[in-house]
Design a protein around this ligand. Structure first.
Ligand code: MLT
Ligand code: ZN
Length: 452
C-alpha cells in the first residue's frame, strides 16, 4: 500500500496525498449525507499531466479510482464505496480568455460554474447552464453527469454546451479534442460519449465550452395555479407566446412550507394554491409587458407576483432554489430524479404519495422540479430503513409511465440496480462492451452506472 502512496506523493507533492482520516473525511461523504465510504487516500493533481501519471500509477498497482469534482452529486457517484483512490479535480482551476469570435472558452475541469459564469459575463457573454449548486459544482462533474438545471428549456443540458474535451483514459492516455469546430464529421464523437458517462470511461480534465448571448433584461413570475394540469396549461401558453421564455419550474405547497420555515420567507400569496410555477423570461429588451399580458389572459393563473430587479429576481427564485437545502435540513432524503412525458406528469404526481406510503407508511414525498422537461425531483423524507423499497416503488411507477429513472442527476451508485427499468438489455450489453474496451480492468468508478 505505501508504495503506491509514495509514488503518488512523488507525482502531485506530499501535501496533495491525504491519508489521514480527518483530512479525507470531507471527500468521503456526499452532499446528501446518504452515501459514504472510506477512500484508500485522496489525491489532488494540479494538471492533466499529473492526472495521467496518477492514473498510470494506480493502473499499475491495480488500484481502483473514484473521480470527484465539487462533491455536489446526488447519486453517490463521486464518493468511494470502500478502498478506492479518490481523485479530486478541484485544483484544476485554470480558465483561458474567452474567444469572442467563436463565443467559446476553454476551462479546466475543477472550475466552478459560478466562476465560469462570472468569466463569461465579464466578456459580455453567458454560460447556458445554470443550477442552484453553482458555487461548488465543477465543469468536469457537470459534463460527466450531463447536468441539467433551470435553463435546459432555452439552451439544452450540459452536453449541448460541449465543443471539445480533454480526457485521461484508464491507462493514462490523454485524449485531446479542444478545437471547438462547429462542423467536424470525422468519426465517432468521443466527446459526446464521455459526456454523461459518469466517470466510468475517462477522467475529464479540460473542456471547450460554447457560450450564449448575455441577456440583461430578466423578468421572473411566481404563479399560483390549481395543480399540475393547470401548471401544464400555463406552460403551454408560455411556450406559445413568450419568445424570451428561459425557465419553467414547479413546486407544491408542502415544499413551499419547508422552504418558508428554512429560509424565513413570507407566504408569496394571501391564499394557498395547489401548485406554484416559476416562469423566467430573458432578452436584450425588457420582456415584462409580454409576461404581464400572458398572466392577465391565461385562465390557469390564480395569482401571480412578478419581479425584474436583482433583489426581486433572487427573492422569487429562492422559493424554488431553496428546496434542496430546506429538504436536507429536515432530514436525509432519498433523492430520486425522474422524468415522464408531459401527458403523464399529472397522473404521476397524483400517484406518487400513495406509492411511497404503501411501502413506507411514515414517509412523505416532496416534489419539485423542471416543469418543461417533465422532470420531477422526488425527495422522500422519513423513509428510514425502507429507502430501497421506496426507490424501487417510485422508479417502477415512473417506468410504467414511460419515464426515465434519471432525468439529470445520473445513475451513480444510487440507481445502478434499476438501470434496466430505463434501458433495454441490448443497450446495457452495448454499454458494457464500451466500458470493457476503454477500461478492461474496471478501474474507473467501479459500481457506478453499470450494475455489478
Ligand atoms: C435542482 O433542480 O434544484 C437540483 O437538481 C437539486 C435537487 O434535485 O435537489
Ligand atoms: Zn434539478
Amino acid at each position: 500500500m505505501s508504495d503506491l502512496e509514495d509514488e503518488l506523493r512523488g507525482i502531485v507533492g506530499p501535501s496533495h496525498v491525504l491519508v489521514d482520516g480527518d483530512l479525507r473525511a470531507p471527500y468521503e461523504t456526499d452532499w446528501t449525507r446518504r452515501f459514504t465510504g472510506s477512500a484508500r487516500c485522496v489525491v489532488r493533481p494540479g494538471s492533466t499531466a499529473e492526472v495521467s501519471a496518477v492514473v498510470r500509477a494506480c493502473a499499475a498497482a491495480g488500484a481502483p479510482i473514484v473521480v470527484q469534482g465539487g462533491n455536489t452529486g446526488l447519486v453517490g457517484a463521486g464518493v468511494p464505496a470502500g478502498g478506492e483512490v479518490l481523485l479530486s479535480l478541484t485544483r484544476l482551476g485554470r480558465i483561458e480568455p474567452v474567444d469572442p469570435v467563436e463565443a467559446q472558452v476553454t476551462v479546466e475541469a475543477g472550475v466552478t460554474l459560478e466562476k465560469l459564469q462570472a468569466h463569461a459575463r465579464a466578456a459580455g457573454l453567458d454560460f447556458g447552464v445554470d443550477l442552484a449548486a453553482r458555487s461548488a459544482a465543477t465543469v468536469g462533474g457537470m459534463i460527466a453527469t450531463n447536468a441539467g438545471g433551470i435553463r435546459v428549456l432555452r439552451h439544452g443540458s450540459m452536453r449541448a454546451q460541449v465543443a471539445g474535451l480533454e480526457a485521461v483514459l484508464p491507462d493514462g492516455t490523454v485524449l485531446t479534442r479542444l478545437t471547438g469546430l462547429a462542423k467536424d464529421n470525422t468519426g465517432y464523437d468521443l466527446n459526446q460519449l464521455l459526456a454523461g458517462s459518469e466517470g466510468t470511461l475517462a477522467i475529464l480534465t479540460r473542456a471547450r465550452l460554447k457560450l450564449v448571448p448575455l441577456l440583461p433584461a430578466r423578468v421572473v413570475a411566481l404563479v399560483a395555479v390549481a395543480g399540475t394540469d393547470a401548471a401544464l396549461d400555463l406552460l403551454a401558453a408560455a411556450r406559445a407566446r413568450l419568445a424570451a421564455l428561459s425557465a419553467a419550474e414547479i413546486f407544491y405547497p408542502d415544499g413551499l412550507d419547508l422552504v418558508r420555515s428554512y429560509a424565513k420567507l413570507p407566504a408569496p400569496f394571501t391564499e394557498p394554491a395547489g401548485a406554484y410555477v416559476v416562469l423566467e423570461c430573458a432578452g436584450r429588451t425588457d420582456p415584462t409587458d409580454d409576461v404581464l399580458e400572458l398572466l392577465s389572459t391565461c385562465d390557469a393563473v390564480e395569482d401571480a407576483t412578478v419581479a425584474s430587479d436583482r433583489a426581486g429576481l433572487d427573492r422569487l427564485w429562492s422559493y424554488r432554489e431553496a428546496h434542496t437545502e430546506a429538504i436536507s435540513a429536515a432530514g436525509v432524503p432519498t433523492k430520486l430524479d425522474v422524468c415522464v412525458p408531459l401527458g403523464e406528469l399529472s397522473t404521476l404526481v397524483a400517484e406518487l404519495p400513495g406509492a411511497v406510503t404503501a411501502v413506507a407508511p411514515a414517509a412523505r414525498a416532496i416534489l419539485f422540479g423542471h416543469l418543461n422537461e417533465g422532470n420531477l425531483h422526488v425527495n422522500v423524507l422519513d423513509a428510514g430503513e425502507r429507502a430501497e423499497e421506496v426507490t424501487d416503488a417510485v422508479l417502477r411507477l415512473v417506468a410504467a409511465h414511460r419515464g426515465s429513472i434519471s432525468s439529470e442527476h445520473g445513475v451513480g451508485r444510487a440507481k445502478a440496480p434499476w438501470l434496466a427499468l430505463s434501458r433495454t438489455p441490448e443497450e446495457i450489453a452495448a454499454m458494457r462492451r464500451i466500458k470493457a474496451a476503454l477500461d478492461p480492468a474496471g478501474l474507473l468508478n467501479p459500481g457506478v452506472l453499470l450494475p455489478h
